[in-house]
Design a protein. Structure first.
Length: 491
């Protein structure tokens, strides 16, 4: 692609020489090791590594264009493009290089503290039932149709994101759904993405290791909605908001686009009535401005009613028939690591869930209390190098809503596991807990306690198949550990 076309989205930049209108680049990379002859290298200042230190390596590998934040000597046959912020430039040049792929299909973004993954998977199922080819980018994976790609972040970096969207365009995806994190919004990873519908699920304490406070966390979330623009185009745009979450009022002020609300308690455009929750799942009436339909689902918990309402509201805006929505939702058997039951023929329940915030843990435990016949055990920890203020809150929720809490290591990352556990239990007034640092032993202990009718909740890691300790990811899957332990126990 022509270099001048790639740079066309950057208003001001300096060059070491006049750029020929015939100059082309073959590809864009942030990793100098992936550079080949004729590529553009963009130097990004990361948290631990500064890409500017690898410019010479990129040039040695064949880079003919360098985008950087500082002027430095380069060979005469290499263009040096100097910009104020390479992170922001990355988003714009990536979108331009791939010719703005999100303008070719409908893009739906889902943001909020909890419920993003489940909502995106429900949406994917609905649109596939509607015979559309779908794309999905989320915490667990990226998908193009049925092809699965691994992902490293909830919101991939701007270059990876635009590259994936370009693949979706090439494979004629009609609707793409993605989880959008506050961090990804704040650092501009989704800049250049043409969202058609933005969904807000809820907001509770999380990520205060990155955001200075809850107001800053909310501010970041609103960026998805301001990004919908202020003009009314031929391609309609909508904001879908949770009427029962007070933060929706602030988000509503951040968008000029039409707003559709969903909820259970407050007045909403689309809402749930006649709710019945049992050990087999949820049944409720989905009420819309046009009609109503009864849903019988295998999902459990009120939090999943909200996820279903969010997805259904969005699908209706895309003119998916209510009957198709019902058929798709009732056909979903669950989402990996989200209230996932582990079965080994036992006479008690073992549930693995990704709940890693005080609010999400409380939601899951409240759901468990609705069907638990006897005792509730919860195995839970908190991650290292993350928001420390939620650690005692997680412990307080666990001891309040479970009969016995076993506090253990989650992903300690670079922190000492016992230091994290001490943060959880320091000043905790409850006594119905024990501390077992080793996560495998903690799960084994909970299962050893279980008898007929008990429920064990293993929280925090959900679908994750690893445990990160001192920067190394070790194979570890709560679901496999639980199943192996139950089989060894003789169920």
């Amino acid at each position: 692609m022509l270099l001048l076309d790639v740079l066309s989205t950057i208003p001001f930049y300096q060059t070491n020489q006049t750029i020929s209108k015939h100059t082309e680049i073959n590809d864009i990379h942030m990793d100098h090791r992936r550079i080949q002859e004729g590529d553009l290298f963009i130097a990004i200042r990361g948290y631990t590594v500064d890409g500017h230190t690898f410019i010479s390596g990129a040039i040695a590998n064949g880079a003919t264009v360098i985008v950087a934040e500082e002027v430095m000597p380069v060979p005469e046959d290499v263009y040096l493009i100097t910009v104020a912020d390479t992170t922001r430039a990355l988003a714009s040049v990536s979108a331009a290089f791939y010719q703005f792929p999100t303008t070719y299909f409908s893009l739906i973004g889902v943001t909020g503290t909890n419920g993003k993954t489940t909502t995106t998977y429900i949406l994917e199922s609905i649109f596939q039932e509607h015979q559309e080819k779908t794309g999905l980018i989320g915490t667990m994976q990226a998908k193009i149709g049925q092809d699965i790609l691994p992902v490293q972040n909830t919101t991939p970096d701007a270059l990876e994101l635009q590259r994936t969207f370009n693949q979706m365009r090439e494979k004629e995806v009609e609707t793409a759904v993605m989880e959008v994190s506050s961090h990804g919004l704040d650092i501009g990873r989704v800049n250049g993405c043409d969202f058609d519908i933005a969904i807000f699920t809820n907001l509770s304490q999380d990520h205060l290791d990155y955001h200075k406070d809850m107001d800053d966390y909310l501010r970041a979330k609103t960026l998805l909605f301001t990004g919908l623009g202020t003009a009314y185009h031929e391609k309609p745009k909508y904001a879908v908001l949770n009427a029962d979450d007070q933060h929706s009022k602030t988000i509503a002020k951040s968008t000029a686009q039409p707003i559709v609300t969903y909820g259970i308690y407050e007045k909403a455009d689309i809402y749930a009535e006649r709710i019945h929750q049992g050990i087999k799942g949820i049944t409720f009436d989905l009420v819309t401005p046009f009609d109503r339909v009864t849903l019988e689902t295998s999902f459990m918990g009120q939090f999943n009613i909200y996820n279903i309402l969010a997805a259904a509201s969005t699908a209706l805006l895309r003119e998916v028939p209510l009957g198709t929505i019902k058929w798709a939702i009732e056909g979903i058997q669950g989402v990996a690591g989200r209230f996932e039951q582990v079965e080994a023929g036992q006479n008690y329940a073992v549930i693995v869930d990704y709940a890693h915030t005080p609010d999400s843990l409380q939601n899951v435990l409240e759901t468990v209390k609705e069907f638990a016949e006897r005792k509730i055990y919860v195995v839970v920890g908190t991650g290292g190098d993350r928001d420390k203020t939620k650690r005692p809150q997680m412990a307080a929720v666990a001891t309040e809503f479970a009969d016995c809490a076993i506090f253990t290591s989650d992903n300690p990352r670079t922190e000492q596991p016992m230091a994290i556990l001490n943060d959880m239990t320091d000043g905790l007034p409850a006594e119905n807990y024990e501390v077992i640092e080793n996560r495998k032993k903690a799960i084994e202990t909970a299962i050893s306690y279980a008898t007929t009718g008990d429920v064990i909740l293993i929280a925090g890691k959900g679908h994750e198949a690893y445990q990160e300790i001192h920067g190394v990811k070790h194979d570890f899957d709560d679901r496999l550990i639980a199943k192996e332990t139950m089989l060894q126990k003789g169920k």
